[in-house]
Design a protein around this ligand. Structure first.
Ligand code: GTP
Ligand code: MG
Length: 615
């Protein structure tokens, strides 16, 4: 730790140098028309600074709002969305041509007189458009008539996601499974407005503390920005007190300055200091920031986080202060998604399939997470005979000095940011549906028992410990991303991928339905997503072993849950193979049940013995 402290100024200078280099390299990439991750993040952050969010009575207020707000500058775009509370609340996200104009609109705002005394006067980009009052109102109306509206409202109800039924309808109308995969991606991914809202949420935190920490930077990461997020996904946010310093002109001046800020020394160790600071930030968000509610502090986790809900954005937010690897991991995923247009639609489908059969779950536990599942897809695309993605090792090898990134705690996150330098060109021409089938087949045969998945190497390695599933953490290679996954859940995954493989194979073989038949019945991906009821958290999930649920999947006679309609396999070989898989699964299940009874009995015996001893 002491060595790290001593190294810290050197690391800081090194990072400053690297980020400057990176900015230069980034400009080259932009000139080629393909923004890299940092440029993408940067442009979204600037866009947020040009934006305000105004609560209105309905989308009908648009003309009046547009005309009123035009007095502060040129409005570039306005998007409407609503949030369901007791009533439906309506908002407009409005972007100006410059940050100064947005700031002028914010500065012109008044505080709510009705709340004086009980409300805290806070400046933020979240505003409310009140009805015109008295003479000022009439003057406003006159101005409204004089100023002609020139811009159409860009979006109405921009955050409404497609209902399950509407999505089903759309997928039924597709021309084939490949089109279904693309439609699923296009229709369920996080849209433009969703991304803008997430960057405004980040800016609000940053601005709230900017007086004391002018270099603070709240950066979104995870599915909100890596291109794998769906509508309504949560926002992962990392707050860094020194985020803005490196690479700026002001930073170069500071390096030469003889005046040094007096600063409080950290008295406790790094982790408990971070926990204390987060507690304090959590209180500040809770007490002062408009829209922030249900603040929860989860400070004992490996990465301590503050969770909260933003009621003006209808958004769940996870704020951390010490998880820079998560940010760089998002960059890796973003790059993978950009490398080939098949990567994201395939991942979306796998995530939705996993959710529909209850393999993933929004609450943390012993089941596979979306992130681990995404790693499984990336690995599958790397290890193919004709790979679609390069290994991370190849990206590390191609890195130059501009790519060097080291986190505060010394974790090396260096890899080539410019794909042209990696010189990877895929010759794989498989269609999306072929890839999906190959994905299921690959994992139904994968030896989870003995092998670990390494995205760094792009091949399987010997498993270093007895975890049920082992995915080497790409940026901290001594850690296992899927350490939380239990043996039972890993087994369930194997069974489900096998089922999915058979199901999809028979769907491909039966792809001879007429157009009217396709519109009337479930086909293709719809048959993969057949168990939406399993994605719901049932209260008893936490009190009984989930293994019992596995039987629900196969043994219809033992289940009281509504059973899906039987699948009619037209191909007799497929029918026989499905029967034999089911039989094998039943016997595996029986074995698991027996071993669980033995384990429970042993556990009970051991705990009884312990109780005896302690008495
Ligand atoms: P959803 O929130 O389920 O939509 O997906 P997500 O990708 O945002 O996952 P999550 O919120 O769990 O994690 C946010 C980001 O943190 C991920 O996208 C990764 O970039 C990163 N991350 C999560 N878990 C790990 C891990 O174990 N190791 C590393 N290096 N990064 C991780
Ligand atoms: Mg997330």
């Amino acid at each position: 730790m002491n060595t790290l402290m001593r190294l810290s100024p050197q690391l800081h200078h090194w990072r400053t140098y690297c980020i400057k280099q990176c900015a230069a390299a980034g400009t080259e990439a932009a000139a080629r028309g393909k923004p890299n991750y940092e440029e993408f993040i940067d442009s979204r952050q600037q866009q947020a600074q040009r934006s305000i969010v105004v609560q209105v009575s309905s989308e009908k207020s648009y003309n009046e709002l547009y005309n009123y707000c035009s007095r502060f500058g040129r409005i570039v775009t306005v998007q409407h969305y609503s949030v369901q509370h007791e009533d439906e609340l309506h908002y407009m996200l409005l972007e100006y041509a410059s940050a100064g104009e947005a700031s002028a609109a914010i500065s012109s705002s008044a505080y709510n007189a009705e709340l004086s005394g009980s409300g805290v006067p806070v400046r933020s980009p979240f505003l409310w458009f009140r009805a015109p009052t008295g003479g000022a109102g009439r003057r406003g109306q006159a101005k409204l008539a004089a100023n002609q509206k020139t811009l159409a409202l860009h979006t109405v109800n921009g955050t409404r996601s497609l209902s399950h039924e509407a999505l089903k309808e759309l997928l039924r109308g597709a021309a084939g499974i490949d089109q279904q995969l693309n439609l699923l991606y296009e229709q369920t991914r996080l849209n433009e407005l969703g991304v803008r809202m997430r960057f405004i949420a980040a800016l609000q935190v940053e601005q709230a503390i900017s007086g004391m920490f002018p270099d603070a930077l709240a950066q979104p990461f995870g599915s909100s920005v890596n291109g794998f997020g769906k509508m309504g996904c949560d926002l992962d946010l990392i707050l860094r007190f020194d985020g803005k310093t490196p690479g700026t002109d002001q930073d170069s001046q500071r390096e030469a300055s003889r005046l040094i800020y007096h600063t409080k020394e950290n008295l406790s160790n790094g982790r408990s200091q971070t926990q204390r600071q987060m507690e304090c930030i959590g209180d500040m968000l809770h007490l002062f920031l408009p829209g922030v509610c249900h603040v929860r502090r989860i400070l004992q986790a490996r990465v301590p986080i503050i969770k909260y809900h933003h009621e003006h954005l209808d958004l769940e937010i996870d704020l951390s202060m010490s998880n820079l690897t998560g940010f760089f991991m998002s960059e890796l995923l973003y790059m993978f998604g950009e490398m080939d247009p098949r990567v994201r639609p395939l991942t979306f489908c796998v995530r939705r399939w996993a959710q529909s059969c209850g393999l993933t779950n929004p609450s943390p536990g012993r089941w596979i997470t979306n992130f681990s599942l995404t790693c499984l897809v990336m690995f599958f695309l790397q290890q193919m005979r004709q790979p679609i993605l390069p290994s991370i090792g190849a990206m590390v090898k191609a890195a130059n000095t501009a790519d060097i990134r080291v986190t505060e705690d010394g974790i090396n996150c260096t890899f080539a940011r410019d794909m042209e330098r990696v010189r990877f060109q895929s010759r794989n021409t498989s269609s999306l549906s072929e890839l999906l089938l190959q994905f299921f087949e690959f994992y139904s045969q994968f030896d989870f028992h003995n092998r670990a998945i390494s995205l760094n190497e792009g091949r399987a390695l010997a498993k270093p410990d007895h975890s049920a599933m082992y995915i080497v953490n790409p940026l901290e290679q001594l850690l296992n991303v899927s350490k939380n996954v239990s043996l039972e859940e890993c087994e369930r995954l194997r069974i489900e991928v096998r089922n999915a493989a058979w199901m999809l194979e028979s769907e491909v073989e039966n792809a001879t339905l007429s157009e009217s038949e396709r519109r009337e019945q479930s086909w293709g991906l719809l048959n993969l997503f057949k168990h939406p009821e399993k994605s719901v958290i049932r209260p008893n999930m936490f009190f009984k072993p989930r293994m019992v649920e596995v039987s629900d999947l196969f043994d219809k006679s033992q289940t009281s849950a509504p059973t899906p309609p039987p699948v009619n396999y037209k191909n007799s070989t497929v029918r026989q193979q499905v029967q034999s898989i089911k039989a094998a699964a039943r016997s595996e299940l029986k074995q698991l049940r027996e071993s669980s009874t033995t384990t429970t009995t042993t556990a009970t015996a051991t705990s009884a013995a312990k109780t005896k001893r302690s008495r």
